[in-house]
Design a protein around this ligand. Structure first.
Ligand code: 5GP
Length: 186
């Protein structure tokens, strides 16, 4: 088994775009989570998430099919054990994008193979602007996401690395360098 690179941060911190580009650049997959959240227009079922009903999610919880799961902003999100097993068996590294609690759970389960990265927006106002500009959430949903900022920010000290995403290219290069340095150690 190689490494799990888990990236967390407030909604709007830029982690999804960063991970998509890093995944392409480094030829490393991103774990696909299950969620009960509604699909956004541009999202593809099975690529961005496996979109399932609350009942299906609960069945998977009952059957212990998640490595970890959390309720984030009122929706359920979980990392399916089956998909991780494949990477562990093939000795491949993997990116995961999880909320702060999920990332810390993963670190507890695989302490020596998990590298946790927390990505902060420059400040709360910038976060609000990014969420409003991306137009994927309603005003209510934006407020819900912003209200988690303090809690998320408090947990950042538990992460292996914390970065402020104030310049996309710089952040991209920093994370890429760090991942390459870990890959070389293997
Ligand atoms: P979004 O709705 O913006 O796609 O995701 C909301 C939050 O859920 C993000 O912080 C994202 O990283 C997190 N998330 C996505 N998948 C999982 C998962 O499988 N487990 C946990 N704990 N969080 C997840």
């Amino acid at each position: 088994m190689k490494n799990f690179f888990v990236i967390s941060g407030s909604s709007g911190s830029g982690k999804t775009t960063l991970l998509e580009l890093l995944s392409r650049d480094l030829n490393m997959d991103i774990s696909v989570s299950c969620t009960t959240r509604k699909k956004r227009k541009y999202e593809i079922d099975g690529v961005h998430y496996l979109f399932i009903s609350k009942e299906q999610f609960q069945d998977m919880v009952d059957q212990e099919k998640f490595l970890e799961y959390e309720n984030v902003h009122g929706d359920l999100y979980g990392t399916p054990l089956d998909s991780l097993k494949g990477y562990i068996e093939k000795d491949n590294s993997l990116f995961l994008e999880l909320d702060v609690k999920g990332a810390l759970s993963l670190k507890r389960i695989y302490p020596s193979n998990t590298i946790s990265i927390f990505l902060s927006p420059p400040n709360l106002e910038e976060l609000r602007t990014r969420l409003v500009n991306r137009s994927t959430e309603s005003a209510d949903e934006i407020e819900k996401r912003l209200s988690r900022f303090g809690e998320e920010d408090n947990l950042k000290k538990e992460f292996d690395y914390t970065l402020i995403n104030d310049n996309f290219e710089t952040t991209f290069e920093k994370i890429k360098k760090m991942i390459i340095s870990f890959t070389k150690k293997d």
